[in-house]
Write a protein that binds this ligand. Structure first.
Ligand SMILES: [Fe+2]
Ligand SMILES: [Fe+2]
Length: 296
């Protein structure tokens, strides 16, 4: 499988570029997104991301050997997926372009399902770690969106707006970082998981892998298309700015040994979500506090 050529690799700029290339090739075989690819390359060279360094992988490996840290990070992943799904649902509901609306709705449904998949990974990798009552509570992290449902903006959501190239670019960078996390998470989960559950977690992880690559691909296509009407210099500046923003957040998270902070963590730090956007904050964000707790 082409997607599996990304696994087992140390985080690097080359890995990030390969993630984007493989994602595009899988979903749009033969497509050449020259505008997107050239700007991504330039931004990676101007603002090399911490998640494209071997040290990032070293820190992750060091922390993730601890079962409790790993379990918390799965809960945080579920929380972020559910939160991202709600943002995407509002954005889809307000998208004036029918194609954008359809793609965003599918994306929102995928992330809603991913929230439950991360909880399944938690229960399979650490059997008995979560009581049935708490498991039921955790299931609420997923909004349970499905394609057959009608879209509606979530009341009060700052994402109830028509999406722009900036939104799609932020999603694209965040999804690439999610993929880097996936490549690091996969072997570690395998080590924590009891042998009888290995096949099941591999199936879940393969599904996550394909979905996340698909998210990278469609957002790359939209950035490439919408970028056609943006002045070349301004587009390059936007790529660099958004990558710099994500790098800043990633570095702050790393200072707290966190790889994807929780919604509650963001809420306590008013600058956290606003950091990567001048307006409502990113549609999709990155981060985690190593604590599984019901009181978060
Ligand atoms: Fe996801
Ligand atoms: Fe995604």
């Amino acid at each position: 499988m082409l997607s599996h050529t990304l696994l087992g690799r140390t985080p690097s700029i080359e890995l990030i570029e390969s993630i984007a290339d493989v994602a595009i090739e899988l979903r749009y075989p033969g497509a050449k997104l020259e505008r997107y690819s050239a700007n991504l390359k330039l931004a990676l060279s101007a603002e090399p991301p911490p998640f494209g360094t071997p040290e990032y992988g070293d820190v992750y490996r060091h922390l993730s050997v601890e079962p409790r840290w790993m379990a918390v990070s799965l809960v945080t992943n579920a929380e972020r997926e559910g939160d991202g799904s709600r943002r995407l649902w509002s954005l889809a509901a307000c998208a004036s372009d029918k194609r954008h609306r359809r793609l965003l709705k599918k994306h929102a449904c995928d992330e809603s399902r991913h929230a439950r998949m991360y909880l399944a990974l938690l229960q399979l990798s650490f059997p008995g770690s979560v009581s049935p009552e708490f498991a039921e509570e955790l299931r609420q992290l997923s909004p349970g969106f499905a394609l057959h449902q009608d879209l509606y903006p979530i009341p009060g959501s700052p994402y109830a707006k028509n999406p722009t190239i900036d939104d799609f670019l932020q999603m694209n960078i965040a999804e690439i970082r999610t993929m880097v996390h996936h490549t690091m998470q996969r072997p570690v989960l395998s080590r924590h998981c009891p042998p009888e559950h290995q096949d099941k977690i591999t199936q879940l992880l393969d599904r996550l892998l394909e979905d996340e690559l698909s998210h990278i691909a469609y957002t790359a296509v939209l950035v490439d298309e919408l970028g056609a009407v943006v002045d070349g210099e301004r587009l390059a500046e936007l790529f660099v700015k958004r990558l710099r923003d994500f790098n800043l957040i990633t570095n702050q998270e790393l200072g707290g040994n966190v790889f994807d902070c929780s919604v509650a963590c963001c809420a306590k730090r008013p600058t956290c979500r606003a950091k990567v956007s001048d307006s409502a904050g990113p549609v999709y964000q990155v981060m985690p506090p190593p604590m599984v707790s019901r009181e978060r």
